[in-house]
Structures are given as C-alpha cells and as structure tokens.
Design a protein around this ligand. Structure first.
Ligand code: BG6
Ligand code: MG
Length: 213
C-alpha cells in the first residue's frame, strides 16, 4: 500500500530525553538503595512510566510495596524528570530533524507522534515543535503501552489513515514490535537499527527522505 503518513516515536527519535529519564530514575533508585545503571535504563525505552518502575523494582530488596507507594515513587521520578524537561529549548531539536519533518510534509505526507510518554505535549511545546505534527497520540490516550500497537493505531486513526499506509519511526525494540503488531512498516534508528524485524534501517534521521519519496 502507498505510504501516506509517518508516525514518530518522540524520546530517542525527535528529542533525546533518555538522559533525563535516566537521571530522574537514578535519583529515585539511589534514594531507595536500588541498583540502577545504563543497561537497565535501556530496557525502559518505549515502556510506560509504571512498567518502567516495575523493571527498576526487580532489584529492590525491601518489603513489598503497595500500589499507592509505587504511584508515589513514579510521581517522585516524574517531578524530577519534568524539572529537567523544563530546561529544554528549541536548540534541543537538530536542524536535520526540523528540516526533514518540513520536507516530508511538503511532499504531502501526514505526520504524527506516537509516544508512550504522558509528557509528550510538554516536550513538544518546550522545543517548539507542536505545529510540525498533524496528530499526537501519547501516554494519555492509551491503556496499553508498547509493544502493544495501541499508541500507533490511535495515531493512524487521528490522522484518518489506514495503519498499512503508515511508517512508524522508532528507536526502541518494543516500538518496532508495536509497529509490526499494528500492521505498519517500521523504520528503525539508533538502538533499534540493528533489529531484524525493522523494515528500514536509518543511519541518520534524514534517511527518511529516501523512503518518503
Ligand atoms: C517513553 C520512554 O517515550 O515514555 C520511556 O521511552 C518512558 O522510557 C515513557 O518510560 C513514559 O514517559 P512519561 O513521560 O510518561 O513518564
Ligand atoms: Mg523512543
């Protein structure tokens, strides 16, 4: 089917907030005496906030935590994370990303965000990129996070496009799995570029211009 739209993951594709996620989780983990490092952090890519917390708590050796206690920990992390996000500016998006988005739109493609993050709009506001997208599907409109395809299927629905006419751009294995589960093509960048399930492998963001002709 002819490609009509691109659906972009946000963290690790459009902006590099991974370091902020890491710093915010690390602060919480250190306070709780939980071992947390970059390798564990990589497992959090594309995973929802509460599922990320569960992964971190695999190393927790204290007494079992109640649901309200877990929610308080997720909130503690989110507060630190949003303080870091508040420092973002338009300079946190490369010219290459901005120009590629503009060029794809100029070629007639619809563009959407498909992110597990509940902070997606806040990030897009900070980097002044809200207007670059025709639709935003994020952690606020889904019940199941990646590798479930819900966030991408919602994005396709908001755009009014058939999922099979959409290419998902992802840096996470869970995101590539989600795209494939939703019947979409997956273009992988960064970490996920070595994943055999990806239909396209991008060395740099502007390689999308070779797909969206
Ligand atoms: C994804 C990140 O974009 O958003 C995950 O890759 C993160 O690491 C998830 O856990 C949820 O983010 P937030 O902003 O809702 O806590
Ligand atoms: Mg990502």
């Amino acid at each position: 089917m002819e490609t009509k739209a691109f659906i972009f993951d946000l963290d690790g594709v459009i902006v590099f907030t991974d370091k902020f996620h890491y710093q915010a989780w690390k602060k919480m983990a250190d306070r709780m005496g939980i071992c947390f490092d970059e390798t564990i952090n990589n497992r959090l890519r594309g995973v929802s906030r509460m599922d990320s917390l569960e992964i971190i708590l695999e190393r927790y050796e204290g007494a079992p935590l109640s649901q309200p206690e877990k929610e308080a920990l997720a909130e503690e992390k989110n507060e630190s994370y949003r303080k870091l996000l508040a420092t973002m500016t338009p300079a946190d998006v490369t010219d290459q990303v901005r120009e590629t988005l503009k060029e794809l739109r100029g070629r007639g493609y619809k563009l959407a965000i498909g992110s597990s993050s509940k902070n997606a709009r806040f990030i897009l506001e900070k980097v002044e990129l809200l207007d670059a997208f025709d639709a935003i599907s994020d952690g606020n409109n889904i019940a199941n996070s990646k590798p479930d395809p819900e966030v991408f299927l919602k994005a396709a629905e908001y755009l009014g496009e058939d999922p099979a006419a959409c290419i998902v751009v992802e840096d996470a294995y869970a995101g590539v799995d989600a795209a494939k589960a939703g019947g979409m093509c997956a273009a992988a960048i960064g970490d996920a570029a070595s994943y055999e399930k990806a239909d396209y492998k991008l060395e740099v963001f502007e390689d999308l211009l070779k797909i969206g002709l």
